[in-house]
Design a protein around this ligand. Structure first.
Ligand code: PMV
Length: 343
């Protein structure tokens, strides 16, 4: 009996891109393919209870984030619901009570949009199944998540994922695909220690950053580079070539920030301590011959990537040499994870 209401509860991971999605056209269509892996500990926990409420004019829902009503998130969710009304037409006949929280601190500078929209998309697809009896495919769920936040479409799977048209036959701009074939064992438990350089809200949103790719002088070059990197990374992940991985990951991270620095208007998200960490990682790598590298999202925080086999040495190095560049004690040792789960 649907009028009684029912509850869905899922967790969904954040992800970190190695080949970065930057720039989009139309309704969340990426300019270039991207590749990422899902994290294990940085996750969003979302539950939705729903009750039958026919004849509404608008989509009706209540959103509690980290125990409080949040008007900013509520507005963003409203935009998202309007975009997906064609896929879930029943939305106008139900009232949703959404409760969401992140396992990572909101102030940690880790983007929560990927894990949040992935969790929402999965919850909605489960409600869809209960109401209509139809099960959405993973690709359809990924497509729904993409309409919330581009990078979210890669968070509906665990492990390594790719979004955007590439040389892979199943690849698509509409949804991400799971890269399950022949990932080298050393990449199936890749480590990611996230160093929080600043907890401040970033001054320039990713939405604006994507828009600035429109008339960007390096647009075509960037699209070509990302395509080449995507194809190359597919091979690296199979062969386990960590040296090639280090070079590719760092070039991608710095290219992303170079695009911000060379757009009109220009902007910088990296901070002096971001660059201090980058420099220390290079020195440590050269001195110890360990394949440790950095990647960076659209913010100042540094993700330190390394094989699980080098966990002890690298974490010792981080604790001894890098903590003074971070907001006090703010460090998250994360790693590749298995993806969303139903609770
Ligand atoms: O999903 P968005 O619109 O928040 O864009 C995220 C873009 C990057 O995080 C910088 C790169 C990526 O591919 O995740």
């Amino acid at each position: 009996d649907l009028s009684e209401g029912s509850k869905i509860h899922v967790t969904s991971p954040s992800n970190i891109a190695i080949v970065k999605y930057w720039g989009k056209t139309g309704m969340q269509i990426p300019l270039n393919p991207s590749v990422s892996f899902s994290l294990k500990h940085s996750i969003t926990d979302t539950s939705i209870s729903y009750t039958f409420h026919p004849g509404q004019e608008n989509i009706s829902f209540r959103l509690i984030f980290a125990g409080k009503e949040n008007t900013t998130f509520k507005k963003k969710t409203e935009v998202f619901f309007k975009r997906i009304l064609q896929i879930f037409p029943w939305l106008v006949n139900f009232h949703l009570n959404i409760e969401s929280k992140n396992t990572f601190p909101h102030s940690s500078g880790i983007a929560s949009s990927a894990s949040s929209y992935a969790a929402l998309a999965i919850c909605l697809s489960k409600i869809h199944q209960q109401i209509t009896g139809q099960q959405l495919s993973e690709q359809q769920i990924s497509n729904v998540a993409r309409l919330g936040s581009g990078s979210a479409c890669r968070s509906i799977y665990g492990g390594w994922n790719s979004w955007g048209k590439s040389k892979l036959k199943q690849s698509s701009n509409m949804h991400a695909i799971h890269l399950q074939d022949n990932i080298h064992p050393s990449f199936t438990n890749i480590q990611d220690s996230i160093l929080i350089v600043s907890e401040d809200q970033k001054k320039v949103s990713s939405t604006l950053g994507h828009q600035l790719m429109e008339g960007h002088p390096y647009r075509e070059g960037r699209i070509q580079q990302a395509n080449e990197h995507t194809n190359k990374l597919f091979t690296i992940l199979k062969t386990g070539d960590w040296n090639a991985f280090v070079t590719l990951a760092e070039t991608e991270a710095l290219s992303l920030h170079a695009l911000m620095m060379s757009s009109t208007p220009n902007y910088t998200l990296l901070l002096p301590n971001s660059l201090n960490i980058v420099q220390q990682i290079r020195i440590f790598r050269e001195q110890n011959n360990i394949p440790v590298c950095f990647t960076i999202d659209a913010g100042p925080n540094i993700h330190v990537l390394y094989p699980a086999a080098n966990k002890k040495q690298v974490q010792e190095f981080i604790h001894n040499n890098l903590m003074s560049y971070c907001v006090q004690g703010n460090l998250i040792h994360d790693e590749l994870g298995d993806g969303p789960a139903e609770i």
